[in-house]
Design a protein around this ligand. Structure first.
Ligand code: PAN
Ligand code: ZN
Length: 203
């Protein structure tokens, strides 16, 4: 396998699955559905490549992937990945940032949500039973690699909707400066969401 480390892209190959997510395919994740409807549904939000050299579901294997999230906003929310728990909840993952400025939004099964700032060189360990989503909070494409178990699976259903979704849906108000000012990882519950957003807006 060959990877262009500068661009964070894998060389197309029979074992590499590629997918593109557009605004039209992500209607469930942005809060302002009216603003979303007024945008071009074919706009690309992110692209994913996954190198799957063994069948999905194989125990003991690993997959390698790369994601490019474009810069952009839907109203006040940054372009972001759909986000998911792993179907096998105890399966973990690494993310490593190649370039760009991002927020890795993490949520455990009690819906406690926190963030880790992403920038060139940051490496993130996603612990068991933690949902993960990435927002591009910068002005250029955000590129990161990922490595996860081949039997992890993806549960997108559990984070959809305003009730079951990430407890902090929008991250538009968090500047990278504000994120740097918070301890890493920043942990907060639904109750402190307003406080956090107010602190971030003030920075
Ligand atoms: C990543 C993600 C990728 C796209 O490879 O699948 O960044 O995000 P969504 O799957 O949430 O659309 C990963 O976490 N794999 O497990
Ligand atoms: Zn994952």
């Amino acid at each position: 396998m060959q990877m262009d480390w500068a661009k964070g892209l894998l060389r197309p190959d029979a074992e590499v699955r590629e997918s593109v997510k557009t605004l039209g395919q992500l209607s469930g994740i942005f809060a302002n559905t009216k603003a979303l409807r007024e945008m071009d549904p074919t706009t690309v939000v992110y692209r994913v490549q996954a190198w799957c050299p063994i069948p999905e579901g194989t125990e003991g294997g690993l997959f390698w992937g790369t994601t490019v999230v474009e810069p952009g906003l839907v109203d006040s929310e940054y372009f972001m990945t759909h986000g998911h728990f792993h179907l096998k909840r105890d399966r973990t993952e690494y993310y490593g940032t190649i370039e760009g400025e991002g927020a890795l939004v993490l949520m455990d099964e009690t819906r406690a949500t926190w963030m880790e700032p992403m920038g060139a060189g940051t490496v993130h360990f996603i612990r068991p039973r933690v949902a993960h989503r990435v927002a591009n909070i910068g002005k250029s494409p955000l590129r990161f690699v990922a490595c996860w178990p081949s039997d992890a699976g993806h549960d997108y259903e559990s984070i959809l909707g305003s009730v079951r979704g990430f407890s902090m849906s929008g991250v538009a108000r968090c500047s990278s400066k504000a994120m740097r000012d918070f301890p890493n990882p920043t942990r907060f519950s639904c109750l402190s969401k307003n406080l956090i957003q107010a602190s971030m807006s003030a920075s």
